[in-house]
Design a protein around this ligand. Structure first.
Ligand SMILES: O=C(O)C1=C[C@@H](OP(=O)(O)O)[C@@H](O)[C@H](O)C1
Ligand SMILES: C=C(OP(=O)(O)O)C(=O)O
Length: 431
């Protein structure tokens, strides 16, 4: 990993002096919001997305859909979405949002116009080539200069033939979700077959399938590694967005690390969000975990235990879990997450480097990390424009003096004013 000069923008991570006792309410889920917006935009009538997340990733999705010709209106924080005629050329900024770079091109094929896609510098490194090849096979004209990466253009012709397509989605589940989300609007629907190493983040594909069914779309997912979406209308439905359970990780860690108690309100009793897995992970680390009408409550133990976990299905939780492991009093092994090298940054190298910089004893493996107990010390924790690296940094700051988290504002990707919410949660008062 390159070792850039530390940014002057260093945020002293707040450290509580006593075990905390807090109830927190969190913003909506990025994954649910961006799916809901996209499905609303290709639906057969207007609808409302209630309690959506408004953060960089979802504002980029809203801007992309509006560029195509969709009407989006803020109604007291809700998003009223009116499908429009997609009859123009446009430019889409993907920022660093995987969901924008992967979910929008398959629907841009339905537009009558040329849509250019680009994003943040690092976005040009994130995988998308397999999906662009699949879109070409389904009848969409793509111009990517043979790079298989951003920047690229989608030449929409107003309709997409669709049909059967084979794809290696081992780099990202979002390739599959992207094809399924658009598929009902293709002339033949879409029948996606995965070949290659196992697809990561399967709960996110289940999320896609469940939301499509809620919108009246017929999906056959009865065979492993195959998903078929029948052609037809996408029914307009109003929906409520659950809190973001992956972004709950640092807040639950606050209870876990301080031996205190944190309740995250409105935790759903049933969900496809991978963050729900935190209930099991924190229990394995020694926390008392209760889900009831008040929400999800975590009471931390005197000392956290290390864990041996395959995180292939829930890779986006790795940074927060790795930080907790660095504070545990026995060794941990986190496995099955080679694909997170293609996330906002190479998260395995970034975590090994930054946890190590503060004294942690970390071995980077091809598909994970081994972390052994070691005394930690303060210092700069670099974040590489990755919101979840910032979450890892603030978790360490709960137990270690003088942790300086670089570019805390990078959390705006999925959480508005994270620094304010975190300070309030840690100290009980605003900064
Ligand atoms: O579909 C989604 O909303 C997501 C799928 C996952 O992507 P990968 O399969 O690329 O890990 C996850 O890590 C990402 O944060 C959100
Ligand atoms: C991998 C992530 O994001 P993206 O949707 O950009 O892939 C993430 O939020 O952890």
């Amino acid at each position: 990993m390159s070792d850039p000069a530390p940014s002057p923008d260093l945020w002293p991570a707040p450290r509580p002096h006593d075990p905390v006792d807090r109830v927190v309410s969190l913003p909506g889920s990025k994954s649910l919001t961006n799916r809901a917006l996209l499905l609303a935009a290709i639906a057969d009538g207007p609808s409302v997305v209630r309690r959506p997340l408004r953060s960089r990733d979802t504002l980029l999705m809203a801007a992309a859909l509006s560029t195509l010709g969709t009407g989006l209106e803020d109604r007291d924080g809700d998003w009223a979405v009116t499908p429009g005629s997609w009859d123009r050329d446009g430019d889409v900024d993907c920022g660093l949002a995987g969901t924008v770079m992967r979910f929008v091109p398959p629907v841009a094929g339905l537009a009558s116009g040329t849509v250019h896609f680009d994003g943040d510098p690092h976005m040009r490194q994130r995988p998308v080539g397999q999906m662009l090849a699949a879109l070409s096979a389904l009848g969409i004209r793509i111009e990517d200069g043979g790079r298989g990466a951003l920047p690229f253009a989608v030449h929409g012709s107003g309709s997409v033939p669709g049909g059967t397509v084979t794809i290696d989605a081992s780099a990202s589940s979002q390739f599959v979700s992207a094809l399924l989300l658009a598929g009902a609007r293709y002339d033949l629907g879409v029948d996606v077959r995965h070949i290659g190493k196992p697809v990561p983040s399967l709960p996110h594909i289940e999320m896609t399938v469940q939301m499509l069914r809620q919108h009246g779309v017929e999906v056959d997912d009865s065979d492993a590694n195959r998903w078929a979406v029948a052609p037809g209308a996408v029914a307009a439905i109003d929906c409520d967005i659950e809190p973001d359970l992956s972004n709950a990780a640092p807040f639950l860690a606050l209870g876990a690390v301080t031996g205190g108690r944190v309740t995250v309100a409105d935790w759903p009793t049933s969900t496809t969000q991978p963050g729900d897995e935190l209930r099991q992970v924190l229990a394995l680390m020694g926390c008392e975990v209760t889900l009831d009408a008040a929400g999800l409550t975590v009471v931390g133990p005197e000392r956290l235990s290390g864990v041996d976990l395959d995180l292939h299905d829930v890779g986006e939780l790795t940074p927060a879990i790795a930080a907790l492991c660095a504070l545990a009093d026995s060794p941990s092994h986190l496995r099955g997450v080679a694909h997170i090298r293609g996330h906002e940054t190479d998260r395995l190298t970034a975590l090994a480097t930054e946890l190590g910089r503060l004294g942690a004893d970390v071995t980077e493996r091809e598909d994970g990390l081994s972390i052994r107990p070691a005394p930690l010390h303060g210092g700069t924790f670099r974040t590489y424009a990755d919101h979840r690296m910032a979450h890892a940094g603030v978790i360490l700051g709960l137990a270690v003096d003088d942790v300086l988290v670089e570019d805390i504002a990078t959390t705006a990707k999925t959480f508005p004013d994270f620094a304010g919410a975190w300070t309030l949660a840690v100290h009980g008062v605003h900064a």
